[in-house]
Design a protein. Structure first.
Length: 96
């Protein structure tokens, strides 16, 4: 099982301002209230779709945030933003 390691703990610059989705108020039992509106949502809720990769394989649009919550439960707080340092490589070609 591949857990996400403690990569990037304590390296960050303070807490990023949470984009208020207003999901905090309800407390526990949040999942119970989800009534999926899309066919994909129903499949996910019934456990017919095991991983989010299955969705991508069929290039299905994910219209409900609860679908993502199912695969990445918001238990550990927030999804960690893995910031990749991208160094632009400039090939010095003498374009003539």
């Amino acid at each position: 099982g591949g857990g996400f390691g403690d990569k990037g703990k304590g390296k960050g610059k303070g807490k990023k301002g949470f984009k208020g989705k207003g999901k905090k108020g309800k407390g526990k039992g949040d999942e119970k209230e989800w009534m999926p509106v899309t066919k994909l949502g129903r499949l996910v809720k019934e456990g017919k779709i095991a991983t989010i990769e299955d969705i991508y394989l069929h290039s299905l649009p994910i219209k409900e945030y609860q679908i993502v919550d199912t695969f990445f439960p918001p238990t550990g707080g927030v999804l960690k933003d893995e910031v990749m340092k991208i160094h632009p490589v400039q090939k010095l070609t003498s374009a003539g």
